[in-house]
Design a protein around this ligand. Structure first.
Ligand SMILES: [Zn+2]
Length: 351
């Protein structure tokens, strides 16, 4: 019924490895369009770069918007000094502590350039300095250049953008690692649903959104065009099932199924959506969990406030270490998220 595990791995690998910081989603956008076009009636790229995917069904069914964002957290070049060191700012929420000593890829004008995030070496720090947490302004990117001109010759300039340099990996039978699972795993769910429901009577409009990580910007304008009857944001959300986190503060856990949001900082899940998700999971015996922390925001936050309001909710695949260089997820959670959203679409269409 759902795509084979091998196909899900193939898609997640391709999406995870693709480059796409906020506002620069060209590479991931191309992959999404290639994958979804055969399973839709219309694919449209709007003026901000959102990919709006329409699958028409029976007009008596509601128009359901499925949103997953294409962008990933990244960096933007703000200064290049005379010795060739690059200063930068973050695009989206990255803890500076997870940036130090990481590899990054910067998109130069001619090619992608690998860089390394450095700071003053610990053995050169004063005692006072070594006690302080390294902040963004202490960090720089070293691309091996020895002058500003050499950096410019590489095609890197003020405004060039970059991401973590991490390749997708299969870790164990069910667990994989890679960058940008938030929200490339949501895109895998979205594309898979269009494949599964191609010949169904349901009305689906997918939105592969731009610029979620900098303030839910793409979804905000896409929802105005789509005018959905209801919406689901499909996400990769933070898992906290790691040492040092008590269970009630762990938000979500790997392997326990899709995470249903009751509320976060951007939206309170509409009661009808929430109940239908829970019923769909129970009736089809799909394991599920609630996202236990009222933190973070998603595109549902922007979508539900569109025009006169759109009942909205969020379903997520739990991922450890999101917004860092490497995330880990459990493929069974991905499969169960696809199943849950499929049943949800069937149930909510018939209400
Ligand atoms: Zn996200």
């Amino acid at each position: 019924m759902i795509a084979s595990k091998d196909d899900l791995i193939r898609l997640l690998k391709a999406f995870s490895n693709a480059f796409g910081p906020p506002g620069h989603e060209e590479e991931i956008r191309k992959l999404v369009i290639e994958e979804v076009r055969p399973y839709s009636d219309e694919v449209y790229v709007d003026s901000l770069g959102n990919v709006i995917i329409t699958k028409r069904g029976n007009s008596k069914f509601p128009k359901i918007m499925l949103d997953a964002h294409m962008d990933e957290v990244g960096i933007i070049v703000t200064h290049i000094d005379s010795k060739g060191f690059i200063r930068f700012h973050t695009l989206g929420g990255i803890d500076p502590r997870s940036l130090y000593a990481q590899k990054v890829i910067i998109k130069g004008k001619k090619a992608k350039i690998q860089g390394f995030i450095g700071a003053k070496p610990p053995h050169l720090m004063s005692q006072e300095e070594s006690k302080k947490v390294i902040g963004l302004t202490d960090l720089f990117i070293d691309v091996g250049a020895s002058s500003k001109d050499e950096v410019l010759d590489m095609g890197i300039e003020i405004g060039s953008v970059g991401t973590f340099d991490t390749q997708f990996k299969i870790l164990t039978q069910n667990r994989v690692s890679g960058k940008a699972f938030d929200d490339r795993v949501g895109l895998v769910v979205l594309v898979s649903l269009f494949k599964i429901l191609k010949d169904s009577d349901y009305n689906l409009v997918g939105n592969a959104a731009v610029q979620e990580e900098v303030g839910l910007r793409g979804a905000r304008v896409a929802a105005w065009r789509i005018e959905p009857d209801l919406a689901l944001a499909l996400e990769g959300t933070a898992a906290g099932d790691v040492p040092g986190t008590p269970e009630h503060l762990s938000s979500t856990s790997l392997g326990r199924g899709p995470a249903i949001t009751i509320a976060d900082r951007s939206v309170i899940t509409h009661p009808k959506i929430l109940q239908t998700l829970i019923n769909a999971a129970k009736e089809s015996s799909i394991p599920y969990q609630f996202k236990k922390m009222i933190v973070g925001g998603t595109d549902a936050g922007a979508i539900h406030l569109t025009k006169s309001g759109v009942p909205s909710g969020v379903v997520s695949v739990p991922c450890r270490y999101i917004h860092g260089p490497v995330s880990i997820l459990d493929l069974r959670d991905l499969e169960n998220t696809i199943k849950l959203v499929k049943y949800f679409i069937e149930k909510i269409s018939l209400i």
